[in-house]
Design a protein around this ligand. Structure first.
Ligand code: ZN
Length: 247
């Protein structure tokens, strides 16, 4: 069984479609770690596509805010503007879809998925100190998380925490990680729609259960087309510019 692991799509349908083209024929079941919407110009298109894929999906903080389940007051002004804009775009059945999205953590066969941290779906797991609780308390050895928009993650073996920084060479498709029994993993596929690890290419992962391997992918997509679309929609400039830098 091969799982396509998607996260932090952020209404970037162009990036999502490019990812799905690149991953074609390489997966059996799709999983989505939340933040389908927010920031980008295609909230309805992304929700429709994720439903078509039949992906096992949990909610992210932007999904909650845009669904109206939280007020988004802790968001910065630019993100708040995007929340408001996205709310106005959403078709009513897609708003309902967001409202009803389940909360992580959730178990999928032999691994778990969560948007932020195991004990708090909205927490950013950005350091070993923040990862250790999740590494130790997760119900499965392998957990996928999102929210930070940084591809990579953390491992725990023999009382040691390891940090995985993925850096795929230009022109490469993916780097593969062998998943070993007895090691605990907290892995982030990276963000499809708004990467923040300095690499503007869309990020995702494929977990092959039978081969016990995780491929960390990066694919270039038409960033300029998305930026033009965002400008036409009047979305804030900082959200448009950051796509070029992956920050
Ligand atoms: Zn996000």
């Amino acid at each position: 069984m091969r799982y396509l692991i998607l996260s932090d799509i952020h209404a970037n349908l162009t990036a999502l479609n490019t990812v799905l083209d690149a991953a074609k024929g390489r997966w059996d079941k799709a999983v989505c770690l939340g933040d389908l919407v927010g920031y980008g110009p295609d909230p309805n298109g992304v929700i429709d596509r994720i439903q078509e894929l039949g992906a096992v999906t949990i909610r992210g903080n932007h999904d909650k805010a845009i669904a109206g389940l939280m007020d988004g007051e802790e968001f910065n002004p630019v993100a708040q503007f995007a929340v408001q804009w996205s709310r106005e775009q959403l078709r009513s059945e897609n708003r309902k879809y967001l409202v009803e999205l389940g909360k992580g953590p959730r178990s999928v066969e032999n691994f778990s998925i969560v948007h932020g941290a195991l004990h708090d779906e909205d927490e950013y797991v950005v350091s070993p100190a923040l990862a250790v609780d999740g590494l130790l308390s997760a119900p499965t050895e392998l957990t996928f998380f999102g929210h930070t928009h940084i591809q990579g993650g953390f491992t725990f073996k023999d009382d040691n925490i390891g940090v995985l920084h993925m850096k795929l060479r230009e022109g490469g498709q993916f780097s593969a990680l062998a998943v070993e029994k007895g090691t605990r993993y907290l892995l982030n596929p990276g963000s499809i729609g708004q990467p923040r690890d300095g690499d503007p290419r869309a990020a995702f992962a494929i977990f092959d259960k039978d081969k016990s391997s995780v491929e960390f992918w990066r694919v270039p997509y038409d960033i300029e087309a998305v930026q033009e679309q965002m400008a036409r929609e009047g979305l804030p400039e900082p959200l448009i510019l950051r796509l070029s830098f992956g920050r």
